[in-house]
Write a protein that binds this ligand. Sequence first.
Ligand code: ADP
Length: 261
Amino acid sequence: MVIYKIENLSFKYDKFEVLKNLNLEISEGEFTGIVGPNGSGKTTFIKILAKILIPEKGRIFYKNIELKKIKAIDYAKEVAYLPSEIKLIFEIKVKDFLAFGRYPFSGRFGKIEKKVIEEVCEKLNLKNLIEKNLNQLSDGERQRVYIGQLLTQRPKVILLDEPTSHLDIGYQFSIMDILMDLNRNGITVISVLHDLNLASYYCSKIILLKEGEIYKTGNVEEVLTYQNIEYVYNTKVLVYKNPITEKINIFGIPKYMLEKD
Ligand code: ADP
């Protein structure tokens, strides 16, 4: 089933057009990666899906209902969004931060809320962190807590903006593995991803943006070709299938190594 249908979507910051006439469908159950060079409009696009930014042109349907007609609180019962950066302006314990995720469902903190949070802590291995302050955690632990808060919403869709950006290689895989596990358990995942290799390993669909337009959509092998990547990112790459994982890997090649003397 199509979960998002996007028709003629354009977006401007003041007069600067950032997204240009996007038309696309995203299906339920997919793990969709939004990729493209810096400034191509990825964050703007995911913020529009999260209902943070309102496009002036075009229409977006979530489960056949126009997004602008869905109340924020109802949308939050189905769709959870993790921005690329969260600024912590006050000290908060992990357990209280997790409880905020239940906000769309209840005004008070009752038995159900406690049970949901326990479930999430179990699933994401957060039990030893819940009494700590959020700002005492490592980047990797904090990211796990952020995803934990999304899950306390019991969402059907999660939208993420570069969820692995400050993490080392081990934590990158561990966060992506969590997302894949959620996806296999029925949650639709839509994530902006910087790293094309992670996109290749985890995504079932890729949306490749170039200067605010969709350059290509499809599965990994259709989209992450060396021709598409070289053109969109304006750099030379080697793309080949990793014999161990049987997934595509992308290696950038620096310009100086291509220069002949
Ligand atoms: P990406 O996530 O692909 O790097 P963004 O969606 O963040 O792209 O940005 C797309 C373009 O919009 C960039 O040129 C950026 O400078 C511009 N932009 C982003 N946010 C704002 C803003 N709040 N005001 C004005 N221009 C913005």
